[in-house]
Design a protein around this ligand. Structure first.
Ligand code: NAD
Length: 428
């Protein structure tokens, strides 16, 4: 069993820390947000992730998982140090490395014996080399740098961490390979050993490919709308081909979240910096932007004008089973509706608290029915199970006009029409 320090106890760091503690390691989670650390010590979670609270409590109570604001304390007590701070997008599209750099500097001032420093954050290729130079220039201490990108998805993060499709370990150090392989041995997943640069590229290439798949089916959805095809069936027919697969072929309002938009922008920039114009990814982004605008256009074409209309929004989080609203399509859509003069009512099973910090002049409701009451149209933006199961007859009676714009294709078009709705799905 290993002593592990996690620097940055957010969506990736906290899940990684709690899961590694569950596997029997001694883990110290560090964060510079003192409030977050105080809350974690009291057992309060900083965000919603199914199963996380229980996992954290169990491991904190067993003494294998602890929390601190001090990088020095975490680093001194550990052999393996994960960096999992944010790498947000800068205005020019590049990844903002300020936090990774600050943490690296602090680690380098603290280490005085061999450590494995693991880059868990999603970073541009060659960051590992930079970290290595910074760490090894200090006091002549030998330490290894490993790129170990994370592929978990918010909403199913615990299961994804414990049952990964693969584990990527990028390093030139044999000693670090042994330490990391041992750490992940209980997960029984294929381990890909590469150099640091390749590992860094695997992460960006994977996320951009997933975004590409989403944009591809969204582009097909637009052709379906013009030709009378059903994109859900098209995707089903495509997905049975094992070379294609069913996942990420759901047409809708497009991707959002804290990863795909920024990772796409970063990869486009990385390509540009080495003299390659990654036009394919630029098209992916354009298609995604268009999908969000499409929702506004559909609402306008149904209602003639949006001015003075009341629009209900179901779902704010960028996907179900999370309260994360970073780069959520709902934010863009609500703001555009407001600009067009509509009154907007919203409901989300988990994201209401976070939405209040971002969306102003919105009527927050306690249920889908409260949203529907008096609305001229209802728009589905996040495919929460709760919305699949709503009493549609009741919704129809509550709406002022029975218009539903289904941005996630959660309802059956024929049934909706039978119920008397004007139903606008995506690509069907
Ligand atoms: P997050 O914002 O949820 O968490 C980052 C944490 O780091 C925050 O709690 C913040 O307070 C802390 N932090 C910032 N500066 C610090 C410092 N100097 N010392 C200690 N703590 C500090 O971010 P996240 O979603 O966990 O993402 C982290 C990284 O992982 C990003 O690079 C992201 O691209 C990548 N990633 C995210 C996901 C995901 O689904 N969220 C999945 C895979 C990879």
């Amino acid at each position: 069993m290993s002593n592990v320090c996690i620097i940055g106890s957010g969506h990736v760091g906290l899940v990684t820390g709690a899961s590694l503690a569950e596997l029997g390691n001694e883990v110290i989670c560090v964060d510079n947000d003192a409030r977050k650390i105080e809350d974690l010590k009291e057992g309060k979670m900083p965000f919603y992730e199914p199963g996380l609270e229980e996992l954290v409590h169990r491991n904190a109570n067993s003494g294998r998982l602890s929390f601190t604001t001090s990088i020095e304390e975490g680093v001194k007590a550990s052999e393996i140090i994960f960096i999992s701070v944010g790498t947000p997008q800068k205005p020019d599209g590049t990844a903002d490395m300020t936090l990774v750099e600050a943490v690296t500097r602090e680690i380098s001032q603290t280490i005085d014996e061999y450590k494995v420093v693991v880059e868990k954050s999603t970073v541009p290729v060659k960051t590992g080399k930079w970290i290595s130079k910074k760490l090894n220039s200090n006091r002549g201490v030998d330490c290894a740098v490993v790129s170990n990108p994370e592929f978990l998805r918010e909403g199913s993060a615990l299961n994804d961490f414990m049952n990964p499709d693969r584990i990527v370990i990028g390093t030139s150090s044999e000693r670090a390979i042994k330490i990391m392989t041992e750490l992940y041995r209980p997960l029984k997943a294929p381990i890909i050993i590469t150099d640091i640069e390749t590992a860094e590229l695997i992460k960006h290439a994977s996320n951009c490919f997933l975004a590409l798949k989403i944009s591809y089916i969204n582009a097909v959805a637009n052709i379906c709308e013009k030709t009378g095809g059903d994109v859900v069936k098209v995707a089903e027919g495509m997905g049975y081909d094992r070379r294609i697969g069913h996942e990420f072929l759901h047409a809708g309002v497009g991707y959002g979240g804290s990863c795909f938009p920024k990772d796409l922008a970063a990869f486009i920039k990385i390509a540009e910096d080495v003299g390659y114009d990654f036009q394919l990814l630029k098209a992916v982004r354009k298609i995604n932007d268009f999908q969000q605008q499409r929702i506004i256009d559909k609402a306008r074409s149904q209602l003639h004008t949006l001015t003075g209309k009341t629009i209900g929004i179901l779902g704010i989080s960028f996907k179900p089973h999370t309260d994360d609203i970073r780069e959520a399509p709902a934010i863009y859509i609500v703001e555009r509706l407001q600009e067009a003069g509509a009154v907007v009512k919203v409901y989300d099973p988990q994201a209401m608290r976070k939405a209040r910090d971002v969306l102003a002049n919105v009527r927050y409701c306690q249920s889908p029915y409260e949203v529907a009451e008096g609305c001229d149209a209802l728009i589905i933006i996040t495919e929460w199970d709760e919305f699949r199961d709503i009493d549609l007859k009741r919704v129809k009676l509550l709406l002022r006009q029975p218009i539903i714009i289904d941005g996630r294709n959660i309802y059956d078009p024929q049934e909706m029409r039978k119920l008397g709705f004007t139903y606008c799905g995506t690509g069907r």
